[in-house]
Each structure stands twice: as structure tokens, then as C-alpha cells.
Design a binder for this molecule. Structure first.
Ligand SMILES: NC(=O)c1ccc[n+]([C@@H]2O[C@H](COP(=O)([O-])OP(=O)(O)OC[C@H]3O[C@@H](n4cnc5c(N)ncnc54)[C@H](O)[C@@H]3O)[C@@H](O)[C@H]2O)c1
Length: 412
């Protein structure tokens, strides 16, 4: 317990986790009273796995009609969402679905979340960026196939805006899935690169939300139902456990995708991280990562990974106890406190390197001349910058970006 906590915890409506649980879904959808669904996925799942066919026919046997949209793509854009909206409204010919099922990584889940908003009205998704207004989105089931984003537990959909090459967020607690169904078996086909990028994304969510602004200091701007509201004793339970699970299983899942214990461990790590950051929120790693992605167009997980060690280093004064606890999880218990605080960012950077991800911004494809714009763009994501728990956020971001470029950590 922390007596100052102001808990505003928003999990998905139901959370189901276990090997083989995907087979329960048709009966559950029937019990929810839903009868006409849209399943949003991509061609990999529609053409190279039996999961889509199996679901559609098992649901049909229970009287649930499902249309399949298999045009999902990595990092979906607002244009893709608008095209899918029009195509699916034509397909349903005026009779709208009463639920949406998302099958895939964070990209398909985010596209499906956006479609829950746009299908009922046919309006472009850009109309909902910043505020979804009074519209009630269609209810949704999210079935993640990567262990990474935790989007099945969060209030947001992240889409690329092709007009200015940045990512925009459609965000509201009403967009959280009614059902998050996590069947670790669905992640067994993830190739190593996707496993690594998604895994480090989960690790970043866990650590960043563990160390973020406290709930009592978080600026909710008077919102009665904030999507993110700072860390609390409740979010920190999930953050700690997720951090521990990622340290135990992330590299094993990357090295051997057939390691079922590692796959299951990362399925838990990913949703626990989602339950932490999905209410606590994030800060500097994601703020800088969005700016890095704007320049390099590299994967979400890898842009987080390259920033993470340098952000941890910047928190050694304000999040000392948590970093020492993380040091113990990393097996660094024996040295002096200062030695452990030096070693934690280095250990994390070594881990990033072993996942095949560059460990500084220069190797990541950023030019030194990009740094001022990168810092400016990172600071411009104010919802993240305002949650970074240091006294001078602007100076800290500037130092973090320069250190990340040159590969400089306080411990050497
Ligand atoms: N809404 C949120 O809260 C949130 C949070 C973090 C990230 N995101 C978004 O999520 C996206 C990244 O998601 P991701 O890391 O899950 O990857 P992804 O969904 O972009 O998938 C990457 C690739 O892996 C493939 N893939 C996924 N699962 C597979 C499986 N089991 N077997 C084989 N191939 C598989 C996909 O088909 C795709 O080609 C980014 O667009 C990011 O912005 C959203």
C-alpha cells in the first residue's frame, strides 16, 4: 500500500490466458449475445494458419456469422483504416456487426480498435484523434499473437498518419477490449526478429511504467476517466512481475522459438506489462522512440530498445530504490549501491545487443544533425514528457538523446 495513491485502474473487461483458450471463444461470444462479427487479421493468419478458418466455422455452428478482413499490415495507417472502413461497410451492406475480433500483433489489434469507432458511422479515423466524443465503439475481442504490445489491455490505437509521417493515437477507456484472450500457442510461429522486437517492447512497458510519475503527482487535467493516471501500488505489482518474467524468458524465446516455457513466460510478461502501463502510462522511452521511428521507420520495439538504457541512466537519482531492485533481478545484488546503479543500464544495453538491436542512435541510422529535431519532437509528445519523473525534463531529454547517440552511460 502507498497511502497517497490515487488508483484509477482500467483492465480489459475479461482477461483469459492459457494454452488452447482460443477454442473457448465461439461459446463465449455466443454467451455475450453477439451474432454478427468482423474478424480483423492479416494474410499470414488467413492463409498460412488454420486459426481463422477454425474460428469462423466453430462460431458459425453456434449461429454467429463472421466476416473476415485480412488486409491488416504492420504499423497500420489512417488511410488503411479509412479504406477498410468503406470496404467493410459495403460488405455488411447496411447491417453492422455487433462485435469485432482482432487476431494478430499490435498492428492488427490497433486497426481493429480504430474500426470499432469508424464502422458505425463511416467517418474518417482522423476525426477521432485526441477525442472520440460521445460515440460508443463496437465491443471488441483482442487475441494477441505476439508477446509485446499489450494493446489487448490498453485504451489506445496507434496509427501512422501518412500526411506528416508521424504516429497518431486514438485513445479512450471505452476502446479497451471487452475480452482479452491470450493463448500463448498463437505466438509459437513468431519469427525471431518479431519475437525480439515485441519482447523488448513488453520489457520497456514494464520498466518504464514501474519508474514513471506517481499517481498522486500525475496531471489528469480534470479528466473523470483518464486512460493513463500514473503508477500506483496496483500497477507496480504487475510491472515488477513483468520485469522479472522478461529477464527470465525474453532471450530464451528469441533464441529458441520452440521453447514453450519461454513463450508462455513472455505471454504473461506481455499482459502484465499491459496491465501496468495500460493504467500508469509511459514517458521518455516512448516519447523519444516515436521521434526515432519518424526518422528511421524501424519497428516499434527496436526504437524503444535503443533508448531504454539511456533513460534508465537518467533516473538513477529519482528512482534509485526501483533500479536497485531491478539490479537484484538482474543478479547484481553484491556490489555497492553506486556500482549496481552503474551496472543496470549497462546490463540492459547488453541484453538489447544480444537481441540483435543496435545499442546507440548512430548505429541505428540517426545522424548527429538529427539530434535537435529528435529532442524537440520527443518533447512535443507532452502527454509522455509530463510524466517523466525528473525535475528538469527538457534538460534530461537533451542529455538522454545525446548520450544515446554517442553510446555514453554513467558507468562507462
Ligand atoms: N495500442 C497500443 O497500446 C500499442 C502499444 C504498443 C505498440 N503498439 C503498436 O503495435 C505495433 C507493433 O505490434 P507488434 O510488435 O505486435 O508487431 P506487428 O503486429 O506489427 O507484427 C509484425 C509482423 O509480425 C507478424 N506476426 C505477428 N504475430 C505473428 C505470429 N504469431 N506468427 C508469425 N508472424 C506473426 C505480423 O503478421 C507482422 O508481419 C506498432 O504499430 C505499434 O505502434 C500499440
Amino acid at each position: 500500500m502507498r497511502s497517497n495513491d490515487l488508483i484509477h485502474f482500467c483492465p480489459p473487461g475479461r482477461l483469459i490466458l492459457g494454452c488452447g483458450t482460443r477454442h473457448q471463444l465461439p461459446a463465449l461470444v455466443q454467451r455475450m449475445g453477439w451474432r454478427t462479427g468482423l474478424l480483423v487479421t492479416d494474410r499470414f493468419f488467413a492463409e498460412h494458419t488454420p486459426w481463422v478458418r477454425d474460428y469462423v466455422s466453430a462460431a458459425s455452428a453456434l449461429g454467429i456469422h463472421t466476416e473476415v478482413y485480412d488486409g491488416g499490415m504492420a504499423d497500420p495507417s489512417t488511410t488503411l483504416c479509412d479504406e477498410a472502413t468503406q470496404a467493410m461497410r459495403l460488405r455488411f451492406a447496411g447491417r453492422l456487426p455487433d462485435h469485432v475480433v482482432a487476431l494478430g500483433g499490435g498492428s492488427n489489434i490497433d486497426l481493429a480498435k480504430a474500426l470499432c469507432l469508424t464502422l458505425p458511422t463511416g467517418r474518417p479515423v482522423r476525426d477521432f484523434v485526441g477525442d472520440i466524443g460521445s460515440l460508443v465503439p463496437l465491443p471488441m475481442v483482442a487475441i494477441p499473437t505476439t508477446s509485446g504490445t499489450g494493446s489487448e489491455a490498453t485504451p489506445g490505437a496507434i496509427l501512422v498518419d501518412p500526411e506528416n509521417a508521424t504516429k497518431v493515437a486514438v485513445m479512450d477507456n471505452r476502446l479497451r477490449p471487452q475480452i482479452a484472450l491470450i493463448d500463448p500457442e498463437l505466438s509459437y510461429t513468431c519469427p525471431p526478429r518479431v519475437t525480439a522486437d515485441a519482447g523488448i517492447d513488453a520489457f520497456t512497458h514494464a520498466v518504464e511504467s514501474w519508474l514513471t510519475m506517481d499517481s498522486w503527482a500525475f496531471d489528469r487535467a480534470g479528466h473523470p476517466d483518464p486512460g493513463y493516471s500514473g503508477r500506483s501500488s496496483l500497477t507496480m505489482l504487475f510491472a515488477r512481475e513483468s520485469t522479472r518474467l522478461c529477464i527470465a524468458w525474453m532471450e530464451r524465446a528469441y533464441q529458441n522459438g520452440q521453447d514453450q516455457d519461454a513463450r508462455i513466460g513472455m505471454a504473461y510478461a506481455s499482459i502484465y506489462a499491459g496491465l501496468s502501463y495500460g493504467s500508469a502510462g509511459l514517458n521518455a522511452v516512448h516519447g523519444a522512440a516515436y521521434a526515432v521511428a519518424g526518422i528511421t521507420h524501424k519497428s516499434h520495439g527496436s526504437t524503444n530498445a535503443v533508448m531504454l538504457p539511456y533513460v534508465l541512466d537518467a533516473l538513477r537519482d529519482t528512482r534509485r530504490d526501483e533500479l536497485l531492485e531491478m539490479g537484484r533481478m538482474l543478479g547484481l545484488g553484491d556490489g555497492s549501491a553506486e556500482a549496481v546503479l552503474d551496472a543496470v543500464p549497462q546490463r540492459v544495453r547488453d541484453m538489447v545487443g544480444r537481441l540483435g538491436i543496435p545499442t546507440n542512435l548512430r548505429d541505428f541510422g540517426i545522424a548527429e544533425s538529427d539530434l535537435p529535431a529528435l529532442t524537440r519532437d520527443a518533447l512535443a509528445v507532452t502527454r509522455l514528457a509530463k510524466a517523466f519523473p525528473v525535475p528538469d525534463v527538457e534538460a534530461a531529454y537533451d542529455r538522454i538523446v545525446r548520450n544515446a547517440f554517442h553510446g555514453v552511460l554513467s558507468g562507462g
